[in-house]
Design a protein around this ligand. Structure first.
Ligand code: ADP
Length: 315
């Protein structure tokens, strides 16, 4: 019922100021293309280093904003030129950065080597991101006033737990994308309404190499679990039960960088607008499938008209 999706999304956004708040990281990705990975102690020459806005928090904020929902970013940038570029990227996507801190520490940077086979090696200098250890009162107010809080695991565990605690007290929906995979404490798990992981993270957190065993283990610990499966779509669990598998539309995959981030941001937007679980996942699936059709992370995140048009196709 494609028209129904378009209808409910537009109607609800007109009537209520749904909002998503992201507490997360922002990095400048510095990408070096190399013929092969260097050996320890070796120096390789590369052409120009390409720079792109990145960090899971920033990517997901852009995805939520492009999905058409007012979105605010809580995080930290340096006062350096990279910080200015990332601030510009947020402005261009319509992400509110009223609460973004500017610190004396440099903006976070991810140094990415990509070889001819597309294999990569990444080192992240957290910089300003690592200064996010406690929330300010205005940050807490923003979280308490939003419909959905969406976080990842690139900031300190303390700030993730604090944000979730604030959102729970205000009865807001709490979403965590457990990436990069790291053990989740019981206190945090108990606060989550939605946990989103890819296959690798599911196996790691669910404690099994068998994806369905790991997923079921994890599903028993959280209200709603979504396991993204790349080109296969995603498995959706609610109250410990598998309630659906959502396949993506057929697309020509060019670059899957940022697909998971697009999925999470779009899901948060759809949940903020009141879509039921499986409909929200279908919206996120359409958005993330569109994102793999072109190169880059932020640059490939689709805007709402394209998502709605994809939802209108039968798949
Ligand atoms: P991550 O980027 O975190 O590893 P996935 O690879 O599971 O996450 O992708 C997230 C979502 O992006 C999938 O659930 C799917 O909706 C979409 N997606 C990823 N790869 C493809 C693809 N090749 N074709 C269509 N959709 C894709």
């Amino acid at each position: 019922m494609p028209g129904w999706y378009a209808g409910i999304l537009s109607d609800m956004s007109d009537e209520q100021p749904s909002r998503v708040v992201i507490v997360g990281s922002a990095n400048m990705d510095v990408v070096f293309s190399v013929e092969r990975m260097p050996a320890p102690g070796e120096t390789l020459l590369s052409g120009d280093a390409a720079r792109h806005p990145g960090g899971k928090g920033l990517n997901q904020a852009v995805a939520a904003a492009r999905a058409g929902v007012p979105t605010a970013f809580i995080g930290a940038l340096g006062t350096d030129p990279f910080g200015d570029s990332l601030a510009d990227a947020m402005d261009a996507a319509g992400v509110s950065r009223d609460l973004v801190r500017r610190t004396v520490q440099d903006t976070g940077q991810a140094f990415i080597l990509v070889d001819q086979d597309g294999e990569n090696m990444i080192v992240v200098a957290s910089g300003a991101n690592a200064t996010m250890s406690r929330l300010t009162e205005s940050e807490k107010d923003a979280i308490a006033g939003a419909d959905v809080l969406l976080m990842q695991l690139e900031l300190t565990a303390a700030v993730v737990l604090e944000a979730a605690t604030v959102a729970r007290a205000a009865e807001r929906a709490i979403m965590l994308n457990a990436a990069p995979a790291a053990p989740l404490g019981d206190a945090l798990l108990a606060l989550l309404d939605y946990l989103i992981v890819n296959e690798h993270e599911a196996c790691l957190l669910g404690g099994s190499d068998d994806l369905s065993v790991a997923s079921r283990t994890l599903a028993a610990t959280v209200d709603r679990l979504i396991v993204t499966l790349g080109a296969e779509g995603s498995d959706v669990y609610e109250s410990g039960e598998l309630v659906g598998t959502v396949a993506p539309p057929k697309v020509t995959a060019v670059d899957t960088t940022g697909a998971g981030d697009t999925f999470c941001g779009a899901l948060a937007a759809a949940v903020a607008e009141g879509l039921p679980l499986l409909d929200a996942v279908r919206f996120a699936t359409a958005a993330s499938a569109l994102s793999v059709e072109s190169v880059g992370a932020v640059s490939s995140i689709p805007s709402r008209p394209r998502i709605e048009s994809k939802l209108g196709e039968s798949w």
